[in-house]
Design a protein around this ligand. Structure first.
Ligand code: PBG
Length: 334
């Protein structure tokens, strides 16, 4: 026997006006959902366009401060800082990552000084610092896990000392969360938040970011596939997340976002820690390229992309669209 729901049920009743649609909406965006990734360079008064990311720039520290002022005005509460080093600062071991006065540490100190409440996330990974573009130390074409972890622990402590609020290991070495957590406890940083890039896939969508930080010429034939996850797998993401939480991660991340909405859903349904998602550079550039050609309408396409990520279960989203979205959400303030 078939049940006859129509006309008792007409789902279009609740779609009739903007106000009704707004009242019943299951997912809403706020500036506090957004985390803004920013690229830092040396110098004064420098603003460099990134050709593969239209609308995104690299800024010298004084200009980063201007962007932070904008973030605060717009209600964005979290930024993520990424350094772009001069080529001559890079070496095979990523040594510059271990200096207390490196670009990113100076930037953290200045931002914290001027905007103490703005939450700063710092990436822990060696790739902006290595001349081969990998996240770890290489020997005979192999990325050495345990030796890399020793460096990552030091890098994490240096970033903690510089004053960042959240340490975000993005390298995908095994066991690094536990080692970083132990070192933070032992060195007087018991409250440091660890945001683990737990389910980070070996993705083609990081291409423009690698241009942005000058890590484009990756050596070796397998790319980052020996440490980042295989896009064919989803159960493995649950193992990565389980391990990282057990080792001391407070927040986990899925990355990229749009091709991995199923993973965001799995992780947010199955674990009780917040799940962040990173709408990565390639997702940004793909949308911007179509918007520039007028093949997609700017606001609608961008909002829909971010809403989809939040609806899948992300509690916050790293996105290069953060200022644009926040501006639209606060039309009166700007
Ligand atoms: C570094 C890192 C990458 C991204 C964030 N941190 C690149 C990579 O793993 O190759 C990508 C971000 C983006 O594409 O926007 N480990």
């Amino acid at each position: 026997m078939t049940t006859r729901n129509f006309p008792a049920t007409r789902l279009r009743r609740l779609r009739r006006t903007n106000a009704i649609r707004d009242i019943i909406a299951e997912t809403n965006l706020a500036p506090t959902d957004l985390i803004w990734p920013l690229f830092v360079i040396e110098g004064k008064n420098q603003i460099q366009a990134i050709s593969s990311m239209p609308g995104v720039n690299r800024y010298s520290i004084d200009q980063i401060l201007v962007q932070c002022g904008l973030a605060v005005t717009l209600g964005i509460q979290m930024i993520a800082l990424f350094p772009k080093l001069e080529a001559d600062k890079k070496d095979a071991e990523g040594s510059d990552a271990l200096h207390r006065d490196t670009l990113i540490c100076r930037c953290v100190r200045e931002v914290k000084n001027q905007f103490p409440d703005l939450i700063i996330i710092c990436d822990v990974a060696l790739d902006p610092y290595t001349n081969h573009g990998h996240d770890g130390i290489i020997q005979n074409d192999i990325i050495l896990n345990d030796l890399t972890n020793e460096r990552l622990v030091k890098q994490a402590l240096i970033l903690a000392e510089a004053g960042c609020d959240i340490i975000a290991p993005s390298d995908m070495m095994d066991g690094r969360i536990g080692q970083i957590r132990d070192a933070l406890e032992e060195n007087g940083f018991p409250d440091m938040i660890i945001l683990s890039y737990a389910a980070k896939y070996a993705s083609a969508f990081y291409g423009p970011f690698r241009d942005a930080v000058g890590a484009g010429n990756l050596s070796g034939s397998s790319g980052k596939s020996t440490y980042q996850m295989d896009p064919r797998n989803s159960r493995e993401a649950l193992s990565e997340v389980t391990l990282d939480i057990s080792e001391g991660a407070d927040i986990v991340m899925v990355k990229p976002a749009m091709p991995y909405l199923d993973i965001i859903k799995h992780v947010s349904d199955n674990f009780n820690v917040p799940c962040f998602a990173y709408q990565v550079s390639g997702e940004y550039s793909m949308l911007m390229a179509a918007i520039e050609k007028s093949w997609l309408s700017e606001d609608a396409a961008i909002f829909e992309s971010i809403l989809g990520i939040k609806r899948a279960g992300a509690s916050a989203i790293l996105t290069y669209f953060a200022p644009l979205i926040a501006k639209k959400l606060n039309p009166k303030q700007i």
